[in-house]
Design a protein around this ligand. Structure first.
Ligand SMILES: [Zn+2]
Length: 71
């Protein structure tokens, strides 16, 4: 994991900034907005990851679907 998003805070490890990663993380920002708050989103996100795993979590599948290719 080289990127993490908390609300409007997008954190990316130094040297790993790519267009595809940023577009993925910005989709998580939109997911936070749709949930209404960090407090509403984060428990739902973590429950998905715990129950079906990171790769199969619906929020992750959605974020991957909105990744834009690197140039
Ligand atoms: Zn993600």
């Amino acid at each position: 994991m080289v990127g993490m998003t908390f609300g409007y805070g997008v954190y990316v490890c130094h040297g790993y900034v790519t267009f595809s990663l940023l577009s993925h993380e910005f989709r998580h920002v939109q997911q936070y907005e749709q949930a209404g708050s960090i407090a509403a989103y984060l428990p739902a996100y973590l429950e998905q990851v715990v129950t079906v795993g990171y790769d199969n979590a619906p929020f992750e599948i959605d974020a991957r679907a909105h990744e834009r290719p690197d140039r």
